[in-house]
Design a protein around this ligand. Structure first.
Ligand code: Z5A
Length: 217
């Protein structure tokens, strides 16, 4: 029987380079022989991708923070059940673009929902499932916003004001400081090659035969 795979998440505010660096990490890990499932949140399943569209769509109607939170956890429940848990149980690694730390950062830090509410849903939906490693791409909000705005049309989250994203960034940094065993902070405010050198160094920690293996805090 295979042992449980490693669950790695990539987090950060908008425009910090998650998509770009997810592709880099995927190539790097596969090149080192990792049997990998690459996925994202919100999304990762048919139902989850439908919910993602609902969440990102710009609307005339105001979506309440609680509706947003419950939609995110509905998508997550399906994602875990359909993809994440089976892959980990089969010994595959899962590399996920955002997970529940994003909910703490955006719905709690950004929208003001209490941490306790997010924690209760986390326990209900995830049981004991938590990422083994979380790579936080960190850059000043102004840098991320400039990069994201360079891509064109803005989704519902991207239309938020500067102070929303400042709270998101601060919440991520607090989470990272509170879970140093799980988190690795990557300075994303440097040229891409320098970001990827940091990611390569972090990968040495958990690639088989290269480092410490499964860690969590
Ligand atoms: N959300 C939530 O509220 N609660 C939750 O629980 C979850 C999510 C799971 C969608 O996520 C939204 O869902 C998200 C939070 C919310 N909204 N926001 N904001 P998403 O991950 O799909 O959305 P995103 O943050 O907009 O990510 P993105 O579109 O994938 O952007 P990114 O990955 O951070 O950036 P990128 O596309 O890789 O890079 C942006 C540009 O910068 C691009 O042109 C790159 O070539 C360039 N770039 C990247 N790195 C560099 C460096 N180092 N130097 C120079 N230029 C760079």
């Amino acid at each position: 029987m295979s042992s449980r795979g490693l669950f790695i998440t990539v987090e950060g505010g908008e425009g910090v380079g998650k998509s770009t660096n997810m592709a880099f990490l995927e190539d790097y890990l596969r090149a080192h022989g990792v049997d990998l499932v690459v996925t994202r949140e919100p999304g990762g399943s048919c139902l989850g991708e439908d919910i993602r569209e609902m969440l990102l769509q710009v609307r005339t109607e105001l979506m309440s923070p609680m509706s947003e939170l419950l939609l995110i956890f509905a998508a997550r429940a399906q994602h875990i059940n359909e993809r994440i848990a089976p892959a980990l149980a089969a010994g595959q690694w899962v590399l996920c673009d955002r997970f529940t730390d994003a909910t703490y950062a955006y719905q709690s830090g950004g929208r003001g929902i209490t941490i306790d509410t997010v924690q209760r849903l986390e326990e209900l939906v995830q049981g004991n499932l938590r990422p083994d490693y979380t790579l936080l791409l960190d850059a000043p909000v102004s840098t991320g916003m400039a990069r994201a705005r360079g891509r064109g049309e803005l989704d519902r989250f991207e239309q938020e004001a500067l102070d929303f994203f400042e709270r998101v960034r601060e919440t991520y940094l607090q989470l990272a400081r509170a879970s140093t065993g799980r988190y690795r902070i990557i300075d994303a405010n440097v040229p891409l090659e320098a970001v990827q050198r940091q990611l390569t160094a972090v990968c040495q920690e958990f690639l088989p035969g290269m480092g410490v293996g499964h860690t969590a805090s």
